[in-house]
Write a new protein. Structure first.
Length: 279
């Protein structure tokens, strides 16, 4: 019975140092008890692993000399870019479905300096006074009572309303209620019914067909096109056009008044001398 364990064990020689040791008959891999090398066992013989051999560190004695430090890798030289950066050309499909926006012109709210910036920008800094300029656009779908100052566009939807604040933007489209002041560097488009209580300044005023609006304060614009029912005082440094469905009530100051057949005007007209001016 003492020989029973030996019948199920085989002698295996380490392929690294040649040390012979006993292992179970079904052994697949083992570790040399002398050199600590890991090796595989195939058909009763030790075989070196294909991957690097793993050895356990032998405990260091106090009498052993200090190990030499490993050689340091040479320092990598910094990569210097030479010449201008060449943009990667976009494919035809990318240019077709995602075209680049053209540069946009903006005017600083602080110093009035005008300059151009990239079309995809969401903010900018004035190169003259270093003032911050927002380029975000707003889509108002509920009640809004916060001041807006941006060179982007603002749309007041039918479910939206603005009251008690000043809107400074590029283009403003009114589909809902507006009870505040407006300063637009672009177009003011009105497609709703109601009263606008604040001051209104814009480049182009357009009242769409079917709209009914009353301006409680004077409107200052470069030009105006009216195709709805408007009541108020309008001053334009350019032409005022009344479309065939227009009905304008109030004082009109303009350099030229164009009244198309079917349009009506009730009030006073003051003709101004023709001159070029911008708001």
């Amino acid at each position: 019975m003492a020989d029973e364990p030996q019948r199920h064990r085989i002698e295996v020689a380490c392929p690294e140092c040649g040390k012979v040791q006993f292992e179970p008959a079904l052994v697949v891999s083992t570790q040399c008890r002398a050199c600590r090398a890991n090796f595989q066992v195939r058909e009763g013989k030790g075989v070196v692993r294909k991957h690097p051999v793993t050895r356990l560190a032998v405990p260091r004695k106090d009498s052993d000399p200090e190990p030499e430090p490993p050689p340091q890798a040479p320092a990598l030289q910094p990569f210097l870019r030479r010449g201008p950066v060449v943009p990667v050309p976009q494919s035809f499909l990318m240019r077709l479905f995602n075209p680049a926006k053209p540069p946009r012109g903006i005017t600083c709210f602080e110093c009035g300096h005008s300059y151009a910036t990239v079309g995809d920008a969401q903010s900018s800094q004035c190169p003259k006074c270093s003032g911050y300029i927002s380029l975000l656009s707003y889509d108002i779908t509920e009640h809004w009572n916060r001041r807006i100052q941006t060179c982007g566009d603002v749309v007041i939807q039918k479910s939206g309303s603005v009251s008690g604040v000043t809107l400074k933007c590029h283009n403003l489209t009114v589909l809902g209620e507006l009870a505040g002041s407006v300063e637009c560097s672009g177009d003011l488009i009105i497609r709703s019914h109601g009263k606008i209580t604040g001051n209104v300044q814009c480049r182009n005023l357009r009242v769409e067909k079917g709209s009914r609006v009353e301006f409680l304060n004077p409107v200052t614009a470069t030009s105006a096109v009216i195709d709805g029912n408007v009541r108020g005082q309008i001053s334009c440094s350019g032409p005022v056009t009344l479309e065939k469905r227009a009905h304008l009530q109030g004082l009109v100051r303009t350099t030229s008044l164009i009244v198309k057949p079917g349009a009506k005007h009730t009030g006073t007209i003051e003709m101004l001398p023709s001159q070029k001016s911008e708001i």
